[in-house]
Write a new protein. Sequence first.
Length: 531
Amino acid sequence: MHNARIHLENIDYILPNGTSLFGGFTVDINNRVTGIVGRNGIGKSIIAQIMAGKILPTNGSVYASGVVSFVPQSWSGNQADLVEEVLGLKKTIEAISKIEAGTACDNDYETAENGWDWREKLKLLIVDLGIDFEVDIKKSIGEYSGGEQVLIMLLSALFKYPDIFVLDEPSNHLDREYRKKLIEWLKSTKKMIIVVSHDPELLNEVQSIIELSDKGINIHSGTYDTYQAKRHSRIIKQENDLTKAKAALGRGKRQAQSAYEKQQQRESRGKSKAKTKGLSSIEIGGAKENSSANQSRHAKIAENRINNSLSIAQGANDQLERINPIEFELPDSSVSSTQKILTLDELKWGYNEPLPHKLTFNLIGSTRVHLSGSNGVGKSALLKTILGELVPKGGRFKLFSKVAYLDQKCSVLDDRLSVLENFMEINPGWSEKEYRDRLAWLRFRGDRVLVSISKLSGGEKLKVALACALLGPSVPQLLLLDEPTNHLDFDSREALIGALDKYNGATIVVSHDNDFVQKMSCNKVIELGLL
């Protein structure tokens, strides 16, 4: 649709605690591909859902010219839901089955009217995405990997034949091949796309970027690289403005002090002169009155200058966007270079049926393993088998050390509990202050630790899961990391890389983030698809 657009007028969203996320902003979106960026918890997913009509703003209005379809970060239903339900085909397929069985009613014919060719449409949509992917509609969504689930939800959105797509972190769970396919689709489709993302490669295909920050909303034309350059220049200017304002305030105060001291000196000289000349009390009073009037006038001028400079400095300080990345260190795991951590002996694994490969491997000392392979090859299932959550389908394995697990779905967390309660329950043994101190490393301070997990953004949940897995009183000697950078904003991602770089235990990491894997300095790669 050539004239597709979304217009937001005076939009705000008030959280249950009374916090205003957006403060009432207006924007008109009509570029073919627009990105939405910002730190974790700033409201990116909320504004995406408002644009897609999934939730209503507290204040303001939304206008969309054309059909809008929303693709969430993950399937919001049950992992046991069948793919036909995720695709929105369940009622259509049931109606067709009744018609073919001769048990249909009038409503079934109406339901099936535009769905007789759903198989052909599904094949064409798969071709349109440019992917090689088989979809079994009678499988549960949970039988597919995280990346495959994203593809199924994208197909579900395509089935609505919308004019506008709103995508929330679509590349998080995709392997390198499918990320490339997604970017190729973004380039080739004629549809309007609005995408929430932290993925620089994906964001370099957009034509404009909406940046959400604590200081308001900024609109940038161009790609991610252009946005970063403009943002850097903006912050440099803000810092320079603040420096100049502080310097002007200092000069004003010094000038006022100097003027006061000179006035005092003049008064002192005037008194000496009056005594020398023998002036009358009336003449001395008049001189004193004139001097006081002059002093009051100069003081008022100086005060106005200082107040003006103070106001400018305060305004510059308020506008300054402070970039304070989270910083934390992982505790010493005390792993020796010869310590046996994990052994796998012809291990076979899988969810229902064993996958078509087996693995023999000894993990010794602080070895860092990159577990690689395409979506659906069994990387996450292998980690869950090592954890004991899945029963091996053959062979053996033995774990010799304490293990910590950080997965892309933050499954370690209980949504019913608060941030603090989750941390304390998973890692008993500390005082409340010690738990709060560790959570403060990840910017959970004060009453923020009392917020329910269900109220957090995807990135904030990942930070809490990170604390629960790695920052408790009992030190793990093996870290199992399943796509740990998913959902993290740019600053938090760099902080995680810095912490893991100093960690001296063993690590097995599943990640499609090339930059992250490189900075992790993995010294062994296991490519599951090649076993």
